[in-house]
Each structure stands twice: as structure tokens, then as C-alpha cells.
Design a binder for this molecule. Structure first.
Ligand code: MG
Length: 382
């Protein structure tokens, strides 16, 4: 029986790669739902090809066009944020791939888990914002989270067959982004165009800026904390500019396990969809001889204060990681609109974390309120 899959965010970078994985293993999967934010043309194309039961389109102004094309082939069209929420709750699937970008992914993750569905999670923001709620939902329903993020997929693969108590450390690698060697005195002049050029990975805009500030690595520390249940002192970061080692674990006897591969998101996506199998694929192979060497460095906290902010937020927990994430996201959008400087992003995040009304165990509605508060806070920053 093919695995029935829902892809939330099918027109984004992860969503499109996921459909390449589906093409690679055609008979293994059946696409039941696809959703898009604004890219309705691609959503139509995908729906005509994969014939899902329904599609969701968040920005509803082009809904008529989508309906007229898809009603002919009996594909239901749901629109607006409500449409996405509705699809994330449906339980006639085996697995939900959450490939949404940012804050918008939080509720769908919770909905899918609450419907008892396993979630292949690319949307790290769900865990950063609502880690405890996600865990509670998982425990209540016995639903599983399968990491899609390449670092977490690597750690997940390294952990296979090991006793958790034998693992002493999680070591996340990061490329260091495009500004690893740039003169720090010129950081305030960094333009969105410069920040959108990532040396190794081809990704969406939000995560590419997060990689440039290295907030992405910060968010990934918090993601690792919730996924694998290791303390903040047991999670390390190593800068590895070639992005070949995707992450590592250190064991109690000093043995270190790493997962390697060419930087290609199809690999972790496919593993999340086929777990525990590593099914065939003819994608580019790692050629160690051609690669020649790998290098490692300490992360530079002066250049990239976001990493430290993330570590600090994890020590505080409660609402702090959520505010870190929300303020960062709105600050990134202001930076992309040329309204603030690159160096303002961590400043805004630090201030928001310090100024918000901290709570120990936020509910979903508390988090919703924090989204509003943080958005206003970021908007008012000059
Ligand atoms: Mg990653």
C-alpha cells in the first residue's frame, strides 16, 4: 500500500524537493493534500500531476482560477488560512510533511499531531515556539516527529541503534553562511541581495537570511533540544564551511558518529518519508577524493550574536524561545524590505526577548498573543 501523504507548503523549496522524492519512489506514495501560500500556478500544475483529494491556497485572491482548473478533475479547493488549518487537521493520511515557512507552521504541526498523524517536520519554528505543546500533543496521541532539517536528520540517523544514555553530546554543524569571512565592520552595510546568496544550500528567502545571521543555527539548537531531549550543555555547534558532515553525535567512550553527504535536501526529506529505510535514489554521490578536505572552526559569537541569543533563550525557556523566533521572523522581513540594517536583526530580537512578559508554560492562545505583541514591537523599532 502506498503511504498517503499530505504536503503543507508544496510550492516552496522543501515542498518541490519532496515531490521529486515522490517521483523517485512513485509506487511508495500517494499524494492526498497539497497546499501553497501564494504560488497558485505551480499549485495547479502540481495538482494536475499528482491528483490530490484537495488543495489549499492561503492567499485566496486567485482561488477562482484554481477552482476553475481543478474542479474539472474533482480536486477540492480550500482557501485562506482556514483552508490550510482544515487540511492540517484531516486524518485520512499516514504522514503530514510540514514544509511551511516560519510562524505559520506552528498550528498545522499541532493540528496534525492532535489528529494522531506522524509529522515529517521541516518547519523548525513549530518546535522553537511551541516545543512543550508539540511534545504534549505527541505524548497524548502517540504521534511521531520525523526531522527533515538536514542537521537533525543527521543526528537522528546517528542515533539509530544507540542507547540514549550512551550519547554524551550532539554536535550540530553549520556552514557559517556567506559572511563568515567578511570584515565585521562592514556588517551594517550588508544588503538583502548579498545575504540571499548562500554558498552551499539553495533555500527559501527566510531561511537564507537566517543562515546569514546564523540565527538558523540558533533555532536549530532549540529544535534539537525538543526533538532529542538533550540539555543545552550537551549541544554544541561547529562551523564546517563545506556542509558535507551534516551533524554528529559524541558517545560516552569518545567515539564520534557523523552523517555525511552532498548538501541536497532530497536526502533528508526522503529519509523522513521512508524511515526506517534508505531507499534507492540516483542523486549525486559524495566524492571524497574530489572533495579533498574538510575544515572546522569555532562559531564566531561576535559576528553572529544570534547564536548566543538562541542559547540564552533555551536557558530561560518558557516564552523566550517563542519571542526570539517571532521577533526574528518579522525583523527578517523588515530587513528584506530594506527598512532596517542587517545588524539590527539581532538587536531587535534581544530587546524583544528582554522586554516581553515572560511566562513559564504558554498556551496556544498565549503564543498567539505573543505573535501580535512581537509583531508590533518589531514594527515600532527604528
Ligand atoms: Mg538545517
Amino acid at each position: 500500500m502506498p503511504k498517503k501523504i499530505s504536503i503543507l507548503g508544496s510550492t516552496g523549496s522543501i515542498g518541490r524537493n519532496a515531490l521529486k522524492v515522490v517521483d523517485n519512489l512513485k509506487s511508495d506514495f500517494e499524494i492526498i493534500y497539497l497546499t501553497a501560500n501564494t504560488n497558485y500556478q505551480l499549485l495547479i500544475e502540481q495538482a494536475l500531476r499528482y491528483k490530490p483529494k484537495a488543495v489549499g491556497l492561503v492567499e485566496s485572491k486567485n482561488a477562482k482560477e484554481v477552482e476553475s482548473q481543478l474542479n474539472k478533475i474533482n480536486v477540492e479547493v480550500l482557501t485562506g488560512k482556514e483552508g490550510l488549518i482544515e487540511i492540517s487537521k484531516r486524518n485520512d493520511v499516514d504522514l503530514v510533511l510540514n514544509a511551511l515557512v516560519g510562524i505559520a507552521g506552528m498550528k498545522p504541526t499541532l493540528n496534525a499531531l492532535n489528529a494522531g498523524k506522524n509529522v515529517a517536520l521541516s518547519n523548525k519554528e513549530s518546535l522553537v515556539m511551541a516545543g512543550q505543546l508539540v511534545k504534549n500533543a505527541q505524548q497524548k496521541k502517540g504521534a511521531k516527529l520525523y526531522p527533515v532539517d538536514s542537521e537533525h536528520s543527521a543526528i537522528w540517523q546517528c542515533l539509530q541503534g544507540e542507547n540514549k544514555t550512551d550519547v554524551s553530546k550532539l554536535i550540530l554543524t553549520g556552514s557559517g553562511g556567506p559572511f563568515r569571512e567578511r570584515n565585521i565592520n562592514t556588517f551594517s552595510e550588508i544588503t538583502p541581495e548579498e545575504a540571499l546568496k548562500h554558498p552551499n544550500w539553495n533555500m527559501g528567502n527566510k531561511i537564507t537570511i537566517d543562515s546569514a545571521t546564523m540565527m538558523n543555527k540558533g533555532l536549530e539548537i532549540i529544535e534539537a533540544y525538543w526533538l532529542f531531549d538533550f540539555g543545552v550543555e550537551e549541544i554544541d555547534i561547529v562551523v564546517h564551511p563545506q556542509s558535507i558532515i551534516h551533524s554528529m553525535i559524541e558517545l560516552q567512550d569518545g567515539s564520534v558518529k557523523a552523517q555525511l553527504g552532498v548538501p541536497d535536501m532530497k536526502v533528508p526529506i526522503q529519509y523522513a518519508l521512508t524511515y526506517p529505510r534508505h531507499k534507492p535514489a540516483d542523486w549525486e554521490r559524495l566524492d571524497l577524493i574530489k572533495l579533498g578536505k574538510m575544515t572546522f572552526e569555532e562559531p564566531d559569537y561576535e559576528r553572529f550574536p544570534s547564536i548566543k541569543l538562541a542559547f540564552d533563550s533555551l536557558k530561560k525557556l518558557g516564552t523566550t524561545p517563542a519571542v526570539l523566533n517571532i521577533a526574528n521572523e518579522f525583523a527578517v522581513y523588515r530587513f528584506l524590505n530594506n527598512e532596517i540594517k542587517f545588524t539590527d536583526i539581532p538587536k531587535i530580537v534581544e530587546q524583544a526577548c528582554g522586554k516581553h512578559d515572560w511566562m513559564e508554560s504558554p498556551t496556544l492562545s498565549d503564543l498567539q498573543n505573543l505573535i501580535g505583541w512581537s509583531k508590533d514591537f518589531v514594527k515600532s523599532y527604528k
